[in-house]
Design a protein around this ligand. Structure first.
Ligand SMILES: C[S@@+](CC[C@H](N)C(=O)[O-])C[C@H]1O[C@@H](n2cnc3c(N)ncnc32)[C@H](O)[C@@H]1O
Length: 284
């Protein structure tokens, strides 16, 4: 793997390990927020009870745990780069008494599985963070059985995602943030319609389908939104790393104003948009 890709991988691993306590704390909230994307992935995979499924970049275990509850005579292997995130996934599997689900640390670009091993492959919101996205796509195709399905979601365009732009827009105006190098991981790296389709075409699957998923993040108040974003979302925390308390307080007020303008009332239902890509591996 190229040096640039190795360095992205190490940064991602360190970052997600550091964020795993925040993800654990907010797990119920986050899983509600992302559930519609998980439901659509599960539906697209057309699962059978005896299927063996690979969930890539599973984080705290979804959609792998939901898939495990469907493939009752089969199994799920849930992989991720971050041991910290996988620890939370294992705790959830134990708490839910899910026995056909196991976790394994693995970089999507070097999957430790043989060719044609899985009936289906899922990946919710992982692609934007992968060092070499084309290699990731070819690894997913390699381990999928001919005739098997894969389903992937990524974040859509900024204008569909007020949940992130409400805070990042204010941050960009208020703090001198370094411009990331081209190709660096980021929330909107895969947002362009057709981007994921082209990636998979280059990696060997033509004829995939892309669609849009929209929904809302339900926050009981602006305070809940602010706390969530500061515990769970890496670019927000990175931006505040060296900020003084007064600067942070001013940014907080500005963000609350953006939310008040766009969403009057205490409860904040904040829109998001994602893209679903699904494809079937051709039978040779
Ligand atoms: C936004 S989280 C998504 C977690 C989960 N799928 C969900 O939707 O709740 C992104 C995950 O991608 C993982 N990740 C980042 N780079 C990776 C890589 N190269 N290989 C595997 N996982 C990776 C991170 O560790 C993190 O857990």
């Amino acid at each position: 793997m190229q040096a640039q890709h190795l360095s992205i991988r190490e940064q991602q691993k360190a970052s997600w390990n550091a964020f795993s306590p925040g993800w654990k704390k907010w797990d119920d909230f986050t899983m509600r927020f992302l559930q519609r994307q998980g439901d659509q992935i599960v539906e697209a995979l057309d699962l059978r009870a005896d299927h063996h499924v690979l969930d890539i970049a599973t984080g705290t275990g979804e959609p792998g745990l939901t898939i495990a509850s469907r493939v009752v005579k089969g199994s799920v292997i849930a992989t991720d780069l971050s041991e910290g995130m996988l620890r939370v996934a294992q705790e959830k599997a134990a708490a839910q008494d899910v026995r056909n689900f196991r976790t394994q640390v693995a970089d999507v670009c070097e999957l430790p599985f043989g060719d044609n091993s899985f009936d289906a492959v899922s990946c919710r919101l992982g692609f934007m963070f992968f060092p070499d996205m084309e290699l990731a796509a070819s690894e997913m195709i390699r381990v999928l059985k001919p005739g098997g399905r894969l389903a992937v979601t990524v974040w859509g365009a900024p204008e569909q995602n007020l949940w992130i732009t409400a805070i990042m827009g204010v941050l960009k105006k208020s703090i001198d943030m370094p411009t990331p190098p081209p190709g660096a991981p980021g929330m909107f790296r895969c947002a362009q319609p057709g981007f994921i389709t082209t990636l998979f075409e280059k990696a060997g699957i033509a004829g995939g389908a892309e669609s849009e998923i929209t929904g809302e993040m339900h926050c009981s108040s602006a305070d809940e939104y602010w706390a969530f974003m500061n515990d769970v979302v890496p670019p927000v925390v990175a931006a505040f790393k060296d900020s003084e308390a007064t600067v942070k307080e001013k940014i907080k007020l500005d963000v609350y104003n953006v939310l008040a303008e766009q969403l009057p009332g205490t409860q904040k239902n904040i829109r998001y948009g994602a893209r679903l890509f699904t494809a079937v591996k051709p039978v040779a």
